[in-house]
Design a protein around this ligand. Structure first.
Ligand SMILES: O=C(O)CCC(=O)C(=O)O
Ligand SMILES: [Fe+2]
Length: 396
């Protein structure tokens, strides 16, 4: 598979024709339909008192199987094994220049009635990730650390993007348009036209849009991969903690997930020792740890901001501006129990100065993100505050 890295960096996405080998398409359609039926039964059983009999299947604008690996058995293992194919995982590895862990496995279906367009957005929540410009700079100067896919099993042009919007903040015209209506085409946007079995791999920092959730049959695999051992620390950085589903997979496929789970544990160990270096004010050990977590020489401050969010989540279990702050995208759940509460307090103290540099005294809001109004900057990175300033701030 020849992957056009330059086109990906330029546009923010890349269409892979026949991503699913044609001889596998029918089998995958059958397998996924089995999973849909299983999920529909779960939704029906979980419906609320005022819901229709089908529950979420009938009430959702985009019925989505989230974590579909939990629904598989040996006869539907192909739904997970396709995530390890050279046309999916292999493409991610070339783009990331790293190993690519297949983390998020979702499947998007058409709704039972027309819902029309969703809202334009970037899948970024700066409240617990980092300002957009930092995430973008890290990608452009190093490599993507997190990649998302849509792989339709039937022809699909629901997804639109604004090519190149992963390289910049929102324009004034975009902000104006989004405030008036976020559900009409943005300037310079295009549909991603895909035939059954094609795939699009994209950075979800890009502006994208579910343009029309209609009853036209939609069965689209939606995946997220995080890098291991690449130049950057991914902004979606957790990995499967429960590998139960892998017992249904071929031994080769299982060993890939086991390998990535091991890389995840090793990463947790390095983050722990780096946090301990911070607690101990051991600048050399801290620099060394940070260079292992984020080998790329530029953009380490972005990694540090992401680590500050992990430290925050371990220290505080809730957050004033986002109820779902603790949502499961990072290592805090795994790492929290390794520290005493006194250690977590000290660790957070060391991050307070950095945390101040990424917020304003006034509420901020820029449309098109997954964060509501808050004091953290949505787009702009701090100026004049880098890794060495972080170390210096421990003494103030
Ligand atoms: O429906 C799609 O293809 C887009 C989905 C999406 O962007 C989302 O759910 O965040
Ligand atoms: Fe999205």
């Amino acid at each position: 598979m020849n992957v056009d890295r330059e086109k990906f960096f330029n546009d923010g996405f890349l269409i892979i024709r026949n991503c699913i080998p044609p001889e596998q398409l029918d089998g995958l359609r059958d397998s996924f339909e089995v999973l849909v039926e299983r999920q529909k039964a779960i939704w029906a059983s979980e419906r609320g008192p005022d819901d229709p009999p089908g529950g979420a299947w009938e009430t959702s604008g985009q019925p989505r199987l989230s974590g579909y690996e939990r629904l598989i058995d040996p006869t539907t293992a192909d739904t997970v094994e396709i995530c390890l194919h050279e046309n999916t995982m292999g493409v991610c590895e070339q783009l990331m220049r790293a190993e690519a862990g297949a983390q998020n496995k979702m499947f998007m279906c058409s709704p039972v009635r027309d819902y029309g367009p969703a809202s334009w957005h970037r899948d970024i929540h700066p409240v617990d990730q980092a300002p957009l410009r930092g995430l973008q700079m890290d990608l452009l100067e190093n490599a993507p650390g997190y990649l998302q896919w849509n792989i339709p099993l039937y022809d699909d042009n629901v997804l639109w993007t604004v090519p190149g919007s992963h390289r910049r903040g929102n324009t004034e015209a975009e902000n104006k348009q989004l405030c008036e209506s976020s559900q009409v085409p943005l300037p310079n946007s295009i549909p991603v036209e895909m035939n059954a079995g094609d795939g699009v791999v994209y950075t979800n920092t890009i502006f994208h849009w579910g343009s029309n959730y209609s009853t036209k049959l939609r069965r689209t695999i939606h995946l997220g991969y995080r890098s291991f051992g690449g130049p950057i620390f991914p902004y979606v950085c957790h990995f499967h903690r429960n590998l139960d589903f892998t017992r249904h997979l071929s031994p080769d496929a299982r060993s890939v997930f086991e390998r990535h789970a091991r890389l995840y544990r090793e990463e947790c160990d390095v983050i722990e020792s780096t946090f301990r270096a911070i607690i101990d004010k051991n600048a050399d050990a801290f620099r060394e740890g940070l260079a292992v977590i984020h080998p790329g020489g530029s953009g380490r401050i972005v990694c540090l901001i992401l680590l500050s969010k992990v430290a925050y989540k371990m220290r505080f279990s809730s957050h004033p501006v986002r109820a779902a702050f603790g949502s499961d995208i990072s290592q805090d759940i795994d790492l929290g129990p390794r520290f005493s509460s006194a250690e977590l307090e000290t660790l957070w103290e060391r991050f307070v100065k950095l945390d101040e540099t990424i917020q304003s005294h006034e509420e901020q809001f820029i449309p098109g993100f997954q964060s509501g109004p808050m004091r953290y900057y949505f787009e702009e990175m701090p100026t004049g505050f880098d890794v060495e300033d972080f170390i210096a701030s421990w003494e103030t």
